[in-house]
Design a protein around this ligand. Structure first.
Ligand code: J2J
Length: 535
């Protein structure tokens, strides 16, 4: 039988386990143990109310029984497309408890992208919200289920259920005590969506052992414990919000998770004050509005001890404003859903915290910085970051041919990030060799947008690149070679949404050009294109 995903060898796993670099409990067990240790402590706060650890754990059991009755079986994949609300956490842990494999997807994705993920993961069910902004996730999910025979169930959080969609609420079985764990630590726990450089999404396999270690080791690095109140501002389905240390790390440490329904500083500051949040995480693009609002309203943010910033490059000037203006410590986080997490140490001097993106979380993280030929560069010189370690994937899910490109023969993941590493091991992200736009922390594969552009009538060639932007970090610019007039941005937008793409993937700017510069092998030379167009 061919493997769905490559794992480290048994000897490597054994060595990691012996040294404590893999968690020996499942993710759902971590919650269960906290529920036993502190039943009356507050685990989760959301617009639906507050849940103690005992209440959360028992609701997870009840939902897990309902899911098992459908049945959703151990090993089956279930897409979870929910915003920051209670049901996300309940569905996540209930699926984990029955041994099913949640595939968390951002609610902002377009319907075609959700369908593609459902197909690639072989999902048996979709869990969606009743409404999300102007989109209708329930109707989209029902249409997807109609086209993919493997999708047997559409479960709707927070709305009435009409066949073939059914309300998640109706699945809660009567209280019947703790359910037995269906998974083992080395089993597949989740499939995460890769930031992506390809047209079809890549899925990242994470086991209970590696994800649990990622979450708990991060919790230790970030000083998380029972007194931590973590405000989840970014989408809960993002890896940063999940395990760096995120909601999994905080729940596994007995702290409180507060779900922020939107990332606006008004909503977030209200919750910081009301709940006494001590920790939160943001992408750099959100910082200017947070700093402005803090100055304008003089909100009481005194409970906030650490503000984590990551997902895209934070500029030093903004970094230096955080301490004085928000009254908390900055921690830079350079992470990836594929695994490796880097943190600036909480006790590091201000200069280091403001100018580096941190150092690897685990002593077992192997990091190489290499030149174009794969040879290591000296400390301080830029090169591509390669990494291998106890919680970094060894290959994507059902994608053997891609693995040859994304991994070295000895299992190092090619991050596509250009970094420098100091003699002390601190990393600075200086650029990227992967063909991607990092728009406000959301990763957009250039080729995916180019495919949409090439589908437009009269478009002969297209190239999408990132350009510096004061608000977004990077904005996406599409260069289009067309027969006749190039399509306008509005035309591109309408066509992409019609094709089921997410709105944030629509290029911020569309420029018609007579031709694109090519490399010796006939690929678009994006470096010279950027230079030629003054980006
Ligand atoms: C520059 N680029 C960064 C940073 C990520 C914690 C934090 C972030 C993510 C994440 C994550 C960066 N400075 N501080 O999963 O657990 C870019 C790099 C990286 C890619 C990964 C976590 N932090 N990046 O952003 O899977 O290019 O994870 O390879 O979405 O984001 O993107 P993603």
């Amino acid at each position: 039988m061919t493997q769905d995903w490559p794992r480290p060898s048994d000897e490597e796993v054994r060595a990691y386990c012996e040294q404590g670099f893999r968690e020996d409990r499942t993710l759902s067990r971590l919650l269960r143990e906290q529920a036993a240790a502190r039943p009356d402590a507050t685990a989760l706060v959301s617009p639906s109310g507050r849940l103690t650890y005992a209440a959360l754990d028992s609701r997870v059991d009840r939902l897990a029984r309902g899911l098992a009755g459908l049945p959703v079986r151990a090993g089956e994949r279930v897409l979870v497309r929910l915003p920051n609300r209670e049901e996300y956490v309940l569905a996540l842990f209930a699926l984990l408890r029955v041994g099913a494999v949640p595939v968390p997807v951002l609610p902002s994705l377009g319907p075609a992208e959700v369908e593609s993920l459902a197909r690639t993961s072989g999902a048996c069910a979709l869990v969606v919200a009743d409404r999300y902004g102007r989109s209708d996730p329930r109707a989209e999910a029902v249409r997807i289920a109609g086209r993919l025979p493997g999708v047997r169930h559409v479960l709707v959080a927070g709305g009435p259920g009409d066949s073939p969609a059914r309300p998640l609420d109706a699945l809660y079985a009567p209280e019947a005590g703790p359910l037995e764990e269906a998974a083992s630590p080395e089993d597949l726990a989740l499939l995460l969506l890769s930031g992506g450089t390809t047209g079809t999404p890549k899925l990242i396999p994470r086991t209970h052992a590696d994800y649990g270690y990622n979450a708990l080791a991060s919790a230790r690095a970030c000083g998380v414990g029972p007194d931590t109140v973590y405000l989840a501002v970014l989408p809960a389905a993002h890896n940063f919000t999940m395990v760096s240390p995120g909601l999994v790390g905080v729940l596994a440490s007995g702290g409180t998770v507060v779900l922020c329904p939107d990332p606006s500083p008004t909503t977030a500051f209200g919750l910081v004050e009301r709940e006494g949040a001590t920790l939160t995480s943001l992408v750099p693009a959100l910082l200017p509005s947070w700093l402005d609002e803090a100055r304008r309203t003089r909100a009481d943010l005194s409970s906030l001890r650490v503000l984590q910033v990551g997902g895209s490059r934070l500029d030093e000037g903004t970094a230096r404003r955080i301490g004085p203006e928000l009254g908390c410590r900055l921690q830079q986080v350079f992470g990836m859903a594929e695994g490796l997490n880097n943190y600036t140490p909480l006790d590091a001097p201000e200069d280091l915290v403001c100018t580096t993106q941190g150092r690897p979380l685990s002593p077992a993280d192997e990091v190489l910085v290499v030149d174009g030929d794969g040879a290591p560069v000296p400390p301080g010189a830029p090169g591509e970051l390669l990494t291998r370690g106890p919680y970094t994937l060894r290959g994507y899910y059902r994608a053997r041919e891609l693995d040859a490109l994304c991994f070295t023969p000895d299992g190092f993941y090619r991050t596509g990030d250009l970094v420098t590493r100091s003699a002390d091991g601190d990393l600075v992200v200086v650029g990227r060799v992967k063909d991607q736009v990092n728009r406000a922390g959301e990763k957009i594969a250039a080729v995916e947008v180019e495919e949409h552009l090439l589908a437009l009538p009269g478009v002969r060639a297209a190239a999408v690149v990132g350009a510096p932007d004061p608000h977004l970090g990077e904005r996406s610019v599409a260069f289009v070679v067309a027969e006749g007039p190039a399509p306008t941005r509005e035309e591109v937008r309408a066509a992409m949404l019609r094709r089921g793409a997410a709105p944030h993937k629509v290029p911020d700017e569309v420029r018609g050009v007579p031709g694109l510069p090519l490399t010796g092998v006939g690929k678009v030379d994006k470096g010279s294109l950027r230079e030629r167009e003054g980006l």
